[in-house]
Design a protein around this ligand. Sequence first.
Ligand code: APR
Length: 230
Amino acid sequence: MSKKIVVLTGAGISAESGLKTFRGNNGLWENEPIDIVATPEGYAKERIRVKNFYNKLRTTLKNFQPNNAHFALARLEESLLENFLLITQNVDDLHERAGSKRLLHMHGELLKLRCENNPEHIFDFNGNETESTHCPICSASTRPHIVWFGEMPLYMQEIELALKECEIFAYIGTSSVVYPAAGFKSIAHSHRAHVTCLNLEIPNFDPHTDTFIQGNASEIVPKWVDSLLG
Ligand code: APR
């Protein structure tokens, strides 16, 4: 099979691994207000609180394991190689631990920090970030390498090109309410891709989606991958 396939994942794919999703928790992410822990304004007001929030998520990430949906997407990549691209809104490393390599974290990564002097300085980090954590390249202060509301998601040029060239686009475990990710299905669809939604909740109708598959990701994603690989 040489069809180009692009997949977008959201928090729902990691839900069965035990990681909380974002919506449906009264505007809280892991019991903290999103406007504090997921906005530049919140970070400017409460740097230490925000750093500690991500420290907790980062240092407990190893307690969570990839589920069969993550493994199924790694299997799809193994079969399609350069004809496959996985874009995730998630900042966890469950896709990597399941074996995915052709992966773009458009909202950043928990296991990385970013220099506050030069945003190109991004480095691996798996501990507790404090105010005495410094950029290993220029010694400036650091921040979590997370894209907050109002900030530009990463890899957008590469993503837009892939969306225009793919024959199949699937979005998995995402509420499709946060742009630009929520708009990816219409870009792909307007470039003649077949668009499939795999999600626990299915919208009544979506003009940019051809196929809806409802259920838990760990069940429906492996079946969907099997149907593609034949
Ligand atoms: N299997 C499949 N889908 C699931 C499962 C599951 N087990 N559990 C939940 N879902 C679905 C929910 O029905 C919902 O549609 O996953 C989706 C999760 O939606 P959100 O919590 O809004 O997460 P997401 O779409 O990834 O949020 C996008 O918003 O908060 C920001 O930057 C943050 O990346 C995040 C972005």
